[in-house]
Design a protein around this ligand. Structure first.
Ligand code: ADP
Ligand code: MG
Length: 292
């Protein structure tokens, strides 16, 4: 690759809103076989809304929602914000709490009026020794609808199943189609529920799903894809994407994401969506073909 062609390619990228933080990325992007994509905030808007709050028999819905929202008011997870907003919209006052604890990748808990309130994924309930079988029909339906099911437990009793939905960005489908046209495999890596991830992948035509990944598991997922298919481009927006961005053959950060992700990336998409990825790959191929 001549320095001139790299410079021209980098300049064309900038015009399209694709910032190559180093010329090397323009070269290595051409060789990518797989584009691995974070779900929340990359495929989706990253702004979930509460869609379901179903309580167990004999459980007071408003009181439970108020307690759950109180616990979530201490969490920074986007899911937490959705639950707090729903409680506020319902006009509920949030009770005071003590001993808040966040278990990354699982959920949150705190003490409210002498009771322990825990909220989180099914794996969190299992970790706490709770059986979520009573809600299995609801969980299945929510997952099939692409919603994320979660559970609330009060003093070790399952109290509610909760779902949030995070809408897809309008450009996601087209970007995935364009990547397929370029001959790439598209994989989704997410901490979300298996069924939910599969439903969203089916909707988008995504080839491979790695779901229920713990926060430090994204790097392992990237390594497995590299071993199986060859060079991987990883696209993400969050703090927890930084290790995967650094480990991938090319790291691509969404420009509306966190600074930490952008610093770990080789390429930054100013558009704030996935559409820049096929553009960048096509540009890489054109640039590298011209100079061979
Ligand atoms: P992701 O970034 O894909 O959402 P996380 O590791 O942050 O992955 O979370 C994984 C899962 O853990 C979530 O889908 C949710 O079920 C559960 N979880 C995490 N934080 C919370 C929270 N504050 N409240 C309820 N559930 C949570
Ligand atoms: Mg994300």
């Amino acid at each position: 690759a001549t320095p001139t062609s790299i410079m021209v390619g980098t300049g064309r990228g900038a015009q399209m809103g694709v910032l190559f933080r180093q010329g090397e990325a323009l070269q290595s992007l051409r060789d990518a076989r797989v584009v691995a994509v974070d779900k929340t905030g990359t495929l989706t808007m990253g702004r979930p809304e509460l869609t379901d709050f179903i309580v167990a028999d004999g459980v007071d819905k408003d009181a439970t929602l108020a307690m759950v929202a109180a616990v979530e008011s201490r969490s920074e997870h986007p899911i937490a914000q959705a639950i707090v907003k729903a409680a506020q919209n319902a006009g509920l006052a949030l009770p005071a709490l003590t001993r808040f604890e966040s278990v990354t990748g699982y959920g949150v808990n705190a003490r409210i009026n002498g009771a322990t309130v825990a909220v989180g994924a099914d794996r969190y309930m299992r970790k706490l020794g709770l059986d979520v079988g009573a809600f299995s029909a609801e969980a299945e339906r929510m997952g099939a609808e692409g919603k994320t099911p979660m559970y609330a437990a009060v003093d070790g009793r399952l109290a509610a199943i909760i779902a949030v939905a995070d809408p897809l960005k309008s450009t996601t489908r087209g970007a995935i189609d364009a990547m397929h046209q370029l001959g790439l495999k598209v994989a989704m890596i997410t901490g979300d529920n298996q069924r939910t991830a599969q439903a969203i992948a089916r909707q988008l035509g995504i080839d491979e799903v790695v779901a229920e990944v713990l926060p430090d598991g994204k790097v392992d997922a990237v390594k497995r894809l590299q071993a199986q298919y060859g060079p991987v481009a990883y696209v993400g927006d969050g703090i927890n994407d930084a290790p995967a961005l650094a480990c991938a053959d090319v790291g691509v950060a969404i420009g509306t994401g966190t600074d930490v992700a952008m610093e770990a990336a080789d390429v930054v998409l100013m558009s704030g969506d996935l559409g820049g990825v096929p553009d960048a790959i096509a540009l890489s191929k054109a640039t590298m073909n011209n100079i061979r």
